[in-house]
Write a new protein. Structure first.
Length: 329
């Protein structure tokens, strides 16, 4: 029954919870209180890692202030904002649990779902327990539009359906190790876990309103995420450009035939309208094609530079007591 489940890691930690946080000072203490309440009820050997993604507010100070109440709480602070993907990666690298949960720090991923996720994993039901958004009632119209656009693009371009997927998921150690072995720098956590193909069980949850603050995704950031995700997972845009090139070629041949016909029959050249339209059309098609090539080139460039995904400014240790071997499960 437990065959899919990796044995607890050597340290004896059963569950690591990774929480990326960017400018969450207002809500972080309340979130940690709820989280620890739930964790203490369902797990004896756990650790929590807050990854402060270069917050410009007091997030780190607040984490520091409550640290003494929670011996299982550790923290990593980036030198600047490197993005949520980098924060998740840092947390995965730091985690030692036999199971690892990634969740948001704004309260939108309800900790109350944790016991159910943990039970499903303990029973060996799957190696990935993914929380799926049942509804997003708290979102504004613009956010919903952005999300819809993003998911449609992803589905048509990469074939990965992420519409109900969230970053809130429990991963077996085996999955975490697989993800950490990926050599690539440009990362897309949600897509990568789906890509690995490990057995997955979905649990539905209602997206709660934020505890405080506002969402930090701008349209520009989402566009960047979509371009990164698409170029990392699919070469379809290149094919698309090629096909539109073909269509353009056919149109050009037809126009050429028409021009020859006009010339042969002696009809005067009919002004610049058609020429302008054709020029504009092919001009923009060219630019678009170069743009797509550029997106792939940028992806290759980022990978080849092989810069670190993030830099750590400060750490806060989780003081998990060392277990005697006979206690360790
Ligand atoms: N986050 C982060 N780095 C960023 C942006 C966001 O670590 O550059 C964290 C943020 O603190 C939160 C999670 O990622 O815990 C999700 O962010 P947000 O709530 O803004 O996104 P949404 O809920 O709208 O997807
Ligand atoms: Mg949120």
């Amino acid at each position: 029954m437990n065959s899919d489940k990796t044995l607890p890691a050597r340290t004896g930690t059963e569950l690591s919870v990774i929480v990326p946080a960017f400018n969450e000072a207002e809500g972080i203490a309340a979130f940690l209180e709820i989280l620890f309440g739930v964790l203490r009820g369902c797990c004896t050997r756990f650790e929590v890692w807050i990854v402060d993604d270069g917050s410009r507010d007091d997030t780190w100070l607040r984490v520091h202030a409550v640290h003494e109440h929670y011996p299982e709480l550790g923290g990593i602070r980036f030198t600047r904002n490197f993005g949520k993907e980098a924060a998740v990666l840092a947390g995965l690298r730091q985690s030692s649990g036999a199971a690892v949960v990634v969740m948001d720090s704004d309260g939108q991923h309800p900790p109350s779902l944790l016991p159910e996720m943990l039970d499903a994993w303990r029973a060996g039901e799957a190696q990935i327990i993914a929380a799926q958004k049942a509804a997003r009632p708290s979102d504004r119209l613009m956010e919903r539009l952005n999300a819809h656009l993003f998911n449609t693009l992803m589905r048509t371009m990469t074939g990965l359906d992420l519409s109900a997927a969230s970053d809130y998921r429990l991963l077996d150690r085996r999955v975490v190790d697989a993800l950490l072995a990926f050599p690539e720098r440009v990362r897309f956590f949600r897509g990568m876990t789906v890509w690995t193909g490990f057995t997955t069980k979905n649990l539905a949850f209602e997206v709660a309103p934020r505890l405080a603050g506002s969402s930090h995704w701008s349209t520009a950031q989402l566009t960047k995420l979509a371009v990164n995700a698409i170029t990392a997972y699919s070469a379809k845009p290149l094919g698309l450009v090629f096909r539109s090139g073909l269509v353009g070629m056919v149109a050009a041949i037809l126009l050429f035939l028409q021009a020859m016909y006009s010339w042969i029959t002696g009809i005067a050249v009919s002004g610049w309208t058609s020429v302008t339209v054709v020029m504009l059309f092919f001009g923009s098609a060219n630019l678009l094609g170069i743009g797509v090539l550029g997106a792939y080139l940028a992806q290759i460039f980022d990978e080849i530079k092989a810069r670190p995904e993030y830099l750590i400014r400060q750490e806060l240790d989780a003081a998990v007591p060392i277990l005697k071997p006979d206690n360790a499960r």
